[in-house]
Each structure stands twice: as structure tokens, then as C-alpha cells.
Design a protein around this ligand. Structure first.
Ligand code: FAD
Length: 463
């Protein structure tokens, strides 16, 4: 008998999951494959999830549990130290194999390496699989052998590769009740999702989110199909307009691995408008680029990639709490920014163009450290991930790899005129816009722009 534990992390799906498929290839009967999810909030360096992501995770696990049941695979739920839990579970269940999909953050890789070194001594074979990126971050190298720091050549290299085709879900192993009985017969508890305490209670700020999101694997596929059939051909022409609903909104499904980038890539092959197809696939490439950067520069979530920015005189949120609070609450007096911040709070998502504009206002006009904004997004985005969030914040701040040139400071009023000319988006989220109830702008854009550029000159030695 062989029994495999598939340790689920950011790959919460049954389709196109090579580790799960391989586990089923080793199996003969229901119960020979066991799924495991461990909520790990204490391993140093691994960032505990923010509130919005926890909401998503709860529902993703709930639906994964049901999908796995159809395959005769129980899902065990635990919280705590994964190394200890895996060891105990392997021993109690007689599992001789552990599979997982690889992760790419620094502390996650350290933990996985420690487990990989430890389990074989206990007679357990560990195998890791590529499942969450279009390409493994170490497989793409510049001509001199180092990591890429600039997107365009990275993308050239990535898009020239053969992107793996997605695989279907494994065939069912049999009746779930037999599988569960085998586990409970060995004294193994299934564990409860409620015990992870992932949902908000008082207040329940996620009330109504089920009307916006279906955070399940099949919900992700439905979203992908709707996008490809109805909206993808407008991606190039209207993808920058927040009111146009011409983007995929697949980011949280990709974040939690309910859909794989290979599935999205393949589906994108049927986008008819060729500019839209290329542009959409390029955005998927940005996701890989962010993880490529985090893999090679694991300090990105905390440290400026361009070290001259260590001297930039950003304020912390505590130093200017009223300003920071106005930004988070969508009360800056800049319509596009306030609409974005309220959309974020109301839905856990924000359109990419608006993310750039809200981030730019905070960092360049309000003079607050990008790490403060990044932390707010981390807590409020359903798609917050340890690579895309800091990499994009550093891109906007100017401190990152391949960052926007510092002098390109988004003007939120001009961005609004350009990308929301009829104010459909702004009026949806800021109904009092243009009335007496709406606050005056927090800062003078011209003056703060001048100050930001002068501060930049001081760190680059021009002043
Ligand atoms: P689409 O336009 O439909 O794009 C398809 C997919 O490509 C997305 O689902 C996403 O997986 C990927 N993608 C697109 N743009 C980017 C990008 N710039 N960087 C990385 N991946 C990208 N994205 C996250 O997934 N998690 C984050 O925590 C995150 N934080 C961000 C913070 C800031 C300040 C900014 C400017 C951007 C951030 N993004 C983040 C990137 C981007 O805004 C979102 O991926 C995108 O808005 C998601 O919406 P969509 O699925 O409709 O995107």
C-alpha cells in the first residue's frame, strides 16, 4: 500500500494539479491520497494573510473540500507548524509520500527545504511540482546568467518558451466515505474549517461579497469563460478603463491557485483580437515576472530594490495619520483615487489603472512610504500576493526593478479625464462627487509634485 499526502498551499484546485495527479497515479483505493491544508501563521517571515484574502481562502477551502470528495480524497484542515503536522500525520496515517506544488518566497522555500531534508529520514519520499507559474523562476536567465530585472527581455524569453498544456483532474479513486473511514479508523481527525477562524465577524465587512465573487474552482472557470467569450476582445481597446469591465478579474483565482496560469494561457489562445490576446498574455507575464523577482530578491516586500531610495524622506502612517486615514477611506478629494479606495474596501479588488493612480498619490503627492500602502493593500485585496503587491508598489514608487521613471507622476485628475471621461466609475463609488458633501483635495498636486521631484534630486545627488 502506498499513501500520499498532497500538501495544498497556493494550488487549491483539482484540475491541472501535477502533484495531485501524480499522487493519484500511485493510488489504488479511496484514502490512498489525502489532501492537507495547514494555516501557518507563525513561521518567521511567512506573511500571515490579510483579512480579505482570509475570506477568500475560507470559501476556496470549502469548495476544494467538496471537489476532492467527488474524487474520493479527504481534505484535512490544520493550523500550526507544517513540519510538525506533516511528520505526525505521515506517521499516524502510514503515508510514505508527500507531494506539493512549489512556492517561491524566501521563507517558504527555507521551510520547504527543511521538510524535504527531514521527511526522508522517516521513510517518507517528498516530491515537489511546478504548478503555479508559467515557468519556473530559475529557468529564465539573462544572457550573462543572472536574473532579469527588466520586464521586456524577461517577457521575450518567457513568451518564446513552450508553455505547458493544462491537465484534467485525476479520475475518482472511489467512495469518499471509505476514504474517511480509513482515516478516522486510524484516529485521524479531519479538522474543521471553522476552527481556522478565517471569516470576519463584527463587523462583517464582507457581507454581500458572494454577489460579486464565486470563490470556487468552478467559479474561476466560469469567470474565465465569460471573459473570453464576452470581454477579452475589448481588452486592448478598453482594458484601461475601470468602468468598462474589460479585464478578467481572475487575479484572486490565480492567487489561490484555483485556476492555473497554464489554463488561462491556453484559453487566451482563442481571443480573436490579436492585440488583446498579446496584451492579456503579457499581463500574465507580469505575474511571473513579479515572482521571478521575489525568487531572486526575497527582500522585496520590505527593502527598496534601488538602495538610494533608503534616503528618501517618506513619512510613516503614524507621522501623518489623518492623511493616511483619508487615503484608506477614499476621502482625499480626488475622485478617481477615492473611487478606487472605496471599490477596494467594498469588493476586495481594484482595477489595475486605479491601483497605479491611488498608489502614486500616496507615495508621491502625500509623501507616505510605499510600505504603508502595500500593507493596506495586503489586508484589503482578495488577490494580495507576496510578489505582485510589493513589486507593483515599488514600481509605482520608483524604487523597484524596471520602475516607472520617478518624474512620471500620475496626475489623478488627468487620469480621471482620460480613463473615466463620463465619470461612470467615479459616480458608482463616490455618489457625492461634485457636491458640497465631497471634501476638497487634500493637497495641491502641482506643489506636491515639485516637492517630490526635489526630494528625488536629493537622493540622487543632484541637489
Ligand atoms: P487582468 O488585466 O485581467 O490581467 C490578467 C492577470 O494578469 C491578472 O489576473 C494577474 O494575475 C496578472 N496581472 C495583471 N497585471 C499584473 C501586474 N501588474 N503584476 C502582476 N500580475 C499582473 N496583482 C495581484 O495579483 N496581487 C496583488 O497583490 C497586486 N497588487 C498590486 C498593487 C499595485 C500598487 C498595483 C499597481 C498592481 C497590483 N497588482 C496585483 C497587479 C494588477 O493590478 C492586478 O493583477 C489586476 O488588477 C487584477 O485584475 P484582473 O484579474 O482583472 O487583471
Amino acid at each position: 500500500m502506498s499513501r500520499t499526502i498532497h500538501w495544498y498551499r497556493d494550488d487549491l484546485r483539482v484540475e491541472d494539479n501535477p502533484g495531485l495527479i501524480a499522487a493519484c497515479e500511485h493510488a489504488e483505493a479511496p484514502g490512498d491520497v489525502v489532501g492537507l491544508y495547514v494555516l501557518d501563521e507563525h513561521t518567521p517571515g511567512i506573511r500571515p494573510l490579510g483579512g480579505a484574502a482570509k475570506w477568500w481562502l475560507h470559501h476556496a477551502l470549502e469548495s476544494l473540500h467538496k471537489d476532492l470528495q467527488q474524487l474520493g480524497i479527504p481534505l484535512l484542515i490544520r493550523a500550526g507548524d507544517p513540519q510538525r503536522i506533516l511528520l505526525e500525520l505521515a506517521e499516524a496515517s502510514g503515508a510514505d509520500r508527500v507531494h506539493w506544488s512549489r512556492r517561491y518566497g524566501g521563507p517558504e522555500r527555507e521551510l520547504d527545504a527543511a521538510i524535504k531534508a527531514d521527511l526522508p529520514d522517516k521513510g517518507v519520499t517528498v516530491e515537489s511540482f511546478a504548478a503555479t507559474m508559467l515557468e519556473e523562476p530559475w529557468k529564465l536567465q539573462t544572457t550573462t546568467g543572472g536574473p532579469y530585472k527588466v520586464f521586456t527581455p524577461f517577457w521575450k524569453a518567457l513568451s518564446a518558451r513552450d508553455i505547458a498544456m493544462p491537465e484534467p483532474a485525476p479520475a475518482p479513486l472511489g467512495d469518499i466515505s471509505n476514504a474517511t473511514a480509513r482515516l478516522t479508523g486510524s484516529g485521524i481527525e479531519l479538522g474543521s474549517l471553522e476552527g481556522l477562524d478565517l471569516l470576519p465577524r463584527s463587523p462583517n465587512w464582507a457581507k454581500g461579497w458572494h454577489e460579486i465573487w464565486d470563490p470556487t474552482e468552478s467559479g474561476g472557470h466560469q469567470q474565465l469563460r465569460t471573459f473570453i467569450d464576452d470581454d477579452a476582445d475589448r481588452y486592448h481597446s478598453h482594458g484601461q478603463e475601470p468602468a468598462a469591465e474589460a479585464t478578467s478579474r481572475l487575479s484572486p483565482f490565480l492567487r489561490f491557485g484555483q485556476i492555473s496560469p497554464h489554463q488561462v494561457w491556453e484559453a487566451a489562445g482563442s481571443i480573436k483580437d490579436s492585440q488583446s490576446k498579446t496584451r492579456f498574455r503579457t499581463e500574465l507575464g507580469w505575474r511571473d515576472f513579479a515572482w521571478h523577482l521575489l525568487y531572486h530578491f526575497p527582500q522585496i516586500p520590505d527593502v527598496n530594490m534601488r538602495s538610494e531610495f533608503d534616503n528618501y524622506p517618506w513619512k510613516s502612517a503614524q507621522e501623518d495619520p489623518d492623511t493616511f486615514q483619508a487615503w484608506t477611506a477614499g476621502l482625499t478629494g480626488f475622485g478617481l483615487v477615492d473611487a478606487g479606495m472605496r471599490e477596494l474596501w467594498g469588493t476586495g479588488h481594484m482595477h489595475n489603472r486605479v491601483r497605479m493612480v491611488t498608489a502614486s498619490l500616496l507615495v508621491k503627492n502625500l509623501g507616505i512610504d510605499w510600505r504603508e500602502g502595500e500593507a493596506w493593500f495586503w489586508d484589503t485585496l482578495v488577490d494580495a500576493d507576496a510578489a505582485s503587491n510589493p513589486v507593483n508598489w515599488q514600481w509605482v514608487a520608483g524604487s523597484g526593478a524596471d520602475a516607472a521613471p520617478y518624474f512620471r507622476i500620475f496626475n489623478p485628475e488627468r487620469q480621471q479625464d482620460r480613463f473615466d471621461p463620463d465619470m461612470r466609475y467615479v459616480r458608482t463609488w463616490v455618489p457625492e462627487y461634485g457636491t458640497e458633501k465631497y471634501p476638497d483635495p487634500l493637497v495641491d498636486l502641482k506643489e506636491t509634485r515639485r516637492n517630490a521631484l526635489a526630494d528625488y534630486d536629493t537622493i540622487t545627488g543632484k541637489n
